[in-house]
Design a binder for this molecule. Structure first.
Ligand SMILES: [Ca+2]
Ligand SMILES: [Ca+2]
Ligand SMILES: [Ca+2]
Length: 469
């Protein structure tokens, strides 16, 4: 009997540790080779498996070069319930713990059982070619459909939502039956689909209260050798489902990125307010000093642009509503530690609740005393959206704009947060987010910094046109 209990406990531990390991997959249809984790951590350079920790490229560009522009990228999500109590999930490095796990949540009570976590411990990864081939050849003798088409998670069972992954219902019966020719409704030339939640266990990273959040993620890219911008871009689409009974208000989501442009210790960051974009770039004309991971004379700029953010109450979609850079340190403008810190950052507040201030490091910024939403906007905010319409004194004339260069900052390790909010997410409601990450290179006449606006505009146009060729 005692032996049985011990065996049961050991199996339980093994299952818990299996559930903590995140499903992993790769997207490499174009110039970017990307490692995706099936949770809100999105990308992480340090992977862990049964054998321990190992390194793998997060955002390797050009694919196969051994050089990368992003070390880590993750999703933050927080809002207030009817009693103004904060619920929040976040992720940075996963060294402290986890806030996200694979799988959907029951619509009845926003929980998930261990077997369902394990069942969804997978990233469905399909190419357009595979899906097209399936459409043309399914049912033919000798053809074996890809496992990820046959197991596409279109429907939850029991108390889980009946409709999960999108599909084309060829026979129109409302049920995903690939034997009748139904197939996954994927985006792009390669598409990764996965589901994760914040409510399997207590939050180990942020220590925030559970939200009851279920996220359907699609990461996709196009093989486009004739379109330089598109060939260096990967798209993210998140659908957020509130499976709790809480109506959340003042919800913010954050896209946190630890840019490492090749060599990680000589970088800068900035943002483009008008284009809803933020970016990491090299702080010196040449990256590194000959390290194998350094780009040398040709460092790219790594952009993140919000294509369409959460819906407002008047059904408009928000853009990037804030951008904040924070230090790799424990002080008031350093790394977040508890849920309130994360929530403050998503609102453009420092950890002590003080608003970000225009100029300098955004904290001890001198004499302006002007609250702002976007750090290092350069010349991208002529309408002063980030300062509530107020023209920052001394800026915008004589070519002086708030940038890292203007501050005389020493290039170093950089990480930053693009935020989208505030918005509402009612009980049983959904929200959506689309964003793209674009790697921009110099050409014969223009630097990568000079070209990035054109790349972002092109990607945005393609997205808005549904990628019509
Ligand atoms: Ca069907
Ligand atoms: Ca660098
Ligand atoms: Ca960095």
């Amino acid at each position: 009997m005692k032996k049985g209990i011990l065996l049961f406990m050991l199996c339980g531990f093994a299952l818990v540790s299996q559930a903590q390991l995140q499903p992993i997959s790769h997207c490499s249809t174009n110039n970017v080779s990307l490692t995706i984790l099936g949770d809100g951590s999105c990308m992480i350079s340090q992977q862990e498996d049964e054998m321990g920790f190992y390194s793998c490229p997060t955002w390797e560009v050009p694919a196969g070069s051994g050089k990368q522009t992003i070390f880590q990228h993750s999703l933050w999500f927080g809002g207030l319930d009817a009693d103004d109590s904060l619920h929040l999930a976040a992720y940075r490095f996963g060294q402290i713990g986890h806030d996200y796990w694979p799988g959907p949540l029951k619509t009845t009570n926003a929980t998930i059982d261990m077997m369902t976590v394990l069942k969804y411990h997978h990233i469905w990864n399909l190419s357009r070619e595979e899906v097209d081939y399936f459409i043309a050849h399914h049912g033919e003798a000798g053809y074996e459909a890809p496992e990820d088409i046959l197991t596409w998670p279109a429907h939850g069972e029991g108390d889980y939502a009946p409709d999960l992954a999108p599909f084309i219902d060829v026979d129109g019966d409302g049920v995903y039956n690939p034997e009748a020719g139904d197939y996954p409704d994927i985006k792009g030339d390669q598409c990764l689909f996965y589901i994760f939640n914040d409510s399997f266990m207590e939050h180990g990273e942020s220590h925030g209260k559970q939200i009851g959040l279920e996220v359907h993620a699609m990461v996709y890219a196009y093989d486009a050798p004739d379109d330089e911008a598109l060939n260096n871009t990967v798209f993210f689409n998140y659908k957020f489902c509130n499976r709790s009974t809480n109506d959340y208000h003042d919800v913010y989501l954050g896209l946190w990125t630890d840019w490492d442009i090749g060599f990680w210790f000589d970088d800068y960051v900035g943002c483009d307010v008008q284009r809803n974009a933020c970016f990491g770039y090299n702080g010196y004309p040449a990256d590194g000093t000959g390290e194998p991971i350094a780009y040398g004379d040709n460092p790219p700029v790594q952009v993140l642009t919000v294509l369409a953010g959460a819906y407002t109450d008047v059904n408009e979609r928000l853009g990037m509503t804030g951008f904040m850079y924070h230090n790799n340190a424990a002080n008031v403008n350093g790394d977040p530690t508890d849920a309130e810190d994360y929530y403050n950052y998503m609102q453009g507040l420092w950890k002590n609740g003080q608003p970000m201030m225009y100029g300098g490091d955004g904290y001890n910024s001198g004499t302006l005393n002007l609250p702002c939403k976007y750090m290092f906007p350069g010349d991208s905010d002529p309408d002063n959206i980030g300062t509530n319409g107020i023209q920052p004194e001394g800026y915008g004339t004589n070519g002086i704009y708030w940038t890292e260069e203007q501050c005389g900052n020493t290039p170093s390790d950089r990480r930053g947060l693009a935020s989208v909010g505030p918005f509402n997410l009612n009980a049983g409601g959904t929200q959506e987010l689309d964003y793209a990450m674009i790697t921009v290179w110099k050409n014969e006449s223009l630097s990568a910094m000079e070209r990035k606006g054109e790349f972002i505009d092109h990607i945005k146009t393609l997205f808005n046109n549904g990628f019509a060729k």
